[in-house]
Design a protein around this ligand. Structure first.
Ligand code: GLP
Length: 265
């Protein structure tokens, strides 16, 4: 796992976008794993700048969202289908026909999950998975105690997650209780992973997933097993990293031939 500690959220956005662009460079039909939530919004903003400058073309890219609420109407502004459309597909010039979100309204949810996994496999797997992390260490909606062997499936949202996401709804009761989410094994199969976190509210989760034991109690800790995962955090989110100075030293001394430079401000 590579950990990069940067001064502020803007720097996190510029480096994470550069890492994503680097992972898809030269691929005619790249496959992106897409996260919702506020964490990756800066990454999408910087990717949009690249697309608009002509340096990146995602018109033939496919995308697979991590998760979706169960039972929420697709046109509800907080459905992840709607969020992915407005925050990712439209700004990044992606083809909506190539971007999928788990179908949380399907009559047969188990079948929808199976078909989602089949679609990812048919696309050739995910080239780069963009991730945020929940305050409880979840990635996607893989709440604590999720199986490391899990694939796309239905999950019950943790109380903490429902409370954290209540800000997007008119009332806390409106937050759905269930979701469909790619599993931890699905996420681990991506060829490259870029996780971003900003702010003090994520400091404990980052400390645990980066330096704690690999444990389903903090599901993101499974990324310690990924061969090419980079965790990009700002100073506030790095506050509980015991080895933060070492990570800064590693980043400063990274050989030039291995470096991906942050996008210019
Ligand atoms: C959400 C999503 C996750 C996201 C996390 C953190 O509910 N399902 O994919 O990474 O929780 O959200 P935020 O980035 O808004 O802090």
């Amino acid at each position: 796992m590579e950990i990069v500690v940067l001064p502020d959220p803007d720097s996190v956005a510029r480096l994470s976008a550069a890492l994503v662009a680097d992972a898809v460079r030269g691929k005619a039909e790249p496959v992106l794993g897409l996260a919702t939530g506020s964490s990756p919004l800066g990454t999408y903003r910087e990717l949009r700048r690249l697309v608009e400058s002509g340096a990146l073309d995602l018109s033939r890219a496919s995308g697979f969202a991590l998760d979706e609420y169960v039972g929420i109407p697709e046109d509800h502004p907080q459905s992840y289908a709607a969020v992915i459309r407005s925050e990712v597909v439209e700004p990044l010039g992606m083809d909506p026909a190539r971007v999928r979100v788990p179908d949380g309204r399907a009559d047969d949810l188990e079948r929808a999950c199976r078909e989602y996994e089949e679609a990812i496999a048919a696309a050739g797997g995910v080239d780069v998975q963009i991730l945020g992390v929940g305050a409880n260490g979840h990635i996607g909606f893989n709440e604590p105690t999720s199986s490391f062997g899990s694939r796309t499936r239905i999950k019950t949202l943790a109380e903490r997650t429902r409370a954290d996401n209540a800000r997007f709804f008119d009332s806390p009761d409106e937050v759905p209780t269930h979701c469909l989410t790619q599993g931890l094994a699905t996420i681990l199969a991506a060829r490259r992973v870029v996780l971003v976190a900003q702010g003090a509210a994520k400091a404990t989760a980052i400390g645990q997933i980066v330096e704690g034991p690999v444990s389903a109690r903090w599901p993101g800790s499974i990324l310690q097993h990924h061969p090419a995962a980079t965790v990009v955090v700002d100073e506030a989110a790095a506050a509980e990293l015991e080895l933060a100075d070492y990570y800064r030293f590693v980043w400063e001394h990274k050989p030039s031939w291995q470096r991906v430079e942050p996008l210019p401000a």
